[in-house]
Design a protein around this ligand. Structure first.
Ligand SMILES: Cc1cc2nc3c(=O)[nH]c(=O)nc-3n(C[C@H](O)[C@H](O)[C@H](O)COP(=O)(O)OP(=O)(O)OC[C@H]3O[C@@H](n4cnc5c(N)ncnc54)[C@H](O)[C@@H]3O)c2cc1C
Length: 435
């Protein structure tokens, strides 16, 4: 049997979101070699999928794409996308990671990203990158600014009609591609595996997945994005321009029944951001935010909140009990006002659930790093060295260790890179002393 390839780098970064990219760039600029292992077909994480970002309202892809490109073109960084981390352990003083390259069914050395396969493919399925509001092909470049620009074939939906193979100008389609196993050996690792949204499908009272115009906050990011599914904000069920949009805060955070008792920190701010963007996109629409408390914790965030109020966004301090299907495709919100005025209902055209954050990865069975009670990666010294884990030479940054906005994620990524850099220097000096 052919031995699996072994590749050597100074640092391994698991997760190519904004935390992983920043940490990798900081280390690579110091001369260290970095491998980024990303499970997705592209680097960029959630940030590349956002519309604009609070508190500055910068276009997310305008500020994320340059970081992605810098990492992809840096001579000291090697990207391994569409890869699964099978194990990460310490072996003879080094970090050894077993990684599997999943087949794209497209030869990465031949694909030129021309999309001719995508145009020719006859299969249409829901496009998860557009919140399920648009269709994609079975073979496709997932979205326009993916890095690397390589097509991916989704075997679940492929009819094996052969049309992509016929039109590919470089013979890149390979229906027989197999997974490839390889080992990455490094001296340090940084875990930047980010977050997922709280699954609320099981929370019956919100009707997610059942009431067509109840959507989640990431879906609203897509409706607001310049390259979104409709190029404007429309109601998913019937394409109507909405007159009234509501947000339900803490839908999936601060909720013990869902196993998420903590505050996810970013939901108040992203709901306010989206509400402001909606006010710009739909000048006549009423926008209401049902909230328990507004947590505007960062620099400039309180002012951002005050600006939203001044723009006419309505903040209703209330606990939302249920969402149900109203008349003409609307959604009825039943809520209890927190000023003691009792329970009442109101109809909206779209209701957005401000979902919280849960860990993007569970290391159990893969890596001996431990997790905290909230299931995010445990950081034993959160005050003075918040990026170290309980595994020697393994650091963490961003939403992998707890809910975080981009500002805090970037700062932590820099700190984790510095910890890794110190570790590498100390290791080098210790080796010199022994020699
Ligand atoms: C709806 C919404 C709107 C938001 N808007 C804003 C905003 O306007 N401003 C702001 O400051 N913040 C905002 N945020 C928060 C922001 O998205 C996060 O701060 C940021 O994405 C955290 O970056 P990260 O790299 O830590 O995690 P992620 O973006 O989650 O990236 C993690 C990466 O790791 C990969 N990964 C996970 N597990 C593995 C594994 N086992 N192996 C390999 N790769 C793996 C993932 O595929 C992903 O690419 C918003 C969040 C949401 C949900």
């Amino acid at each position: 049997m052919e031995a699996s390839r072994e590749l050597n780098f100074d640092t391994l970064v698991i997760g190519g979101g904004i935390a992983g990219l920043q940490a990798s760039l900081d280390l690579a600029d110091q001369g260290f070699t970095v491998a980024i292992v990303e499970k997705d077909a592209t680097i960029g994480g959630k940030m590349i999928r956002l519309s604009k970002v609070f508190p500055t309202l910068d276009c997310a892809s305008c500020i994320t794409t340059p970081k992605m490109a810098s990492a992809a073109h840096h001579k000291n960084i090697t990207l391994f996308t569409y890869c699964d981390l099978k194990s990460l352990d310490r072996v003879s003083g080094l970090i050894s990671a077993a990684v599997t390259q999943r087949p794209r069914y497209v030869d990465p050395d031949k694909c030129i990203g021309c999309r001719r396969c995508e145009y020719e493919c006859p299969v249409y399925v829901d496009d998860e990158e557009q919140g399920g509001f648009a269709a994609r092909k079975a073979i496709r470049i997932p979205f326009s600014n993916v890095i690397p620009q390589l097509a991916v074939l989704d075997v679940e939906n492929c009819m094996l009609c052969g049309k992509c193979e016929k039109v590919c100008p470089t013979d890149a389609i390979d229906y027989f591609q197999e997974p490839e196993n390889f080992t990455i050996t490094t001296k340090t690792a940084i875990l930047t595996t980010g977050f997922d949204l709280t699954p609320v499908e099981n929370k019956q009272q919100y009707g997610m997945g059942k009431i067509p115009n109840v959507i989640d906050s990431m879906q609203m990011e897509r409706l607001l994005a310049p390259h979104g599914p409709y190029n404007r904000v429309l109601r998913p069920s019937d394409g109507m321009e909405p007159d009234s949009i509501a947000y339900v805060q803490c839908a999936g955070s601060r909720d013990k029944s869902m196993g998420v008792p903590y505050c996810s920190r970013v939901c108040c701010m992203y709901a306010i951001k989206q509400a402001m963007l909606l006010s710009g996109a739909l000048a006549l629409a009423d926008i209401t935010i049902y909230y328990m408390d507004i947590r505007a914790f960062g620099k400039g965030y309180e002012q951002f909140y005050q600006n939203a109020k001044a723009m006419g966004i309505e903040f209703v301090k209330a606990k939302v009990a249920t969402l149900s299907e109203g008349d003409n495709g609307g959604v009825t919100v039943r809520y209890e006002l927190q000023n003691g005025e009792g329970v009442t209902t109101r109809d909206h055209d779209i209701v957005v659930l401000s979902l919280g954050m849960i860990p993007g990865w569970n290391p159990m069975g893969v890596c001996p790093v431990s997790v905290a009670d909230d299931h995010f990666i445990h950081t034993p010294l959160p005050k003075l060295t918040p990026t170290i884990t309980d595994m020697d030479g393994v650091f963490t940054a961003g939403a992998a260790s707890g809910p975080k906005d981009i500002v805090d994620t970037i700062s932590e990524a820099g700190a984790a890179a510095m910890e890794a850099s110190n570790y590498l220097f100390n290791l080098k000096n210790a080796r010199k002393a022994v020699a």
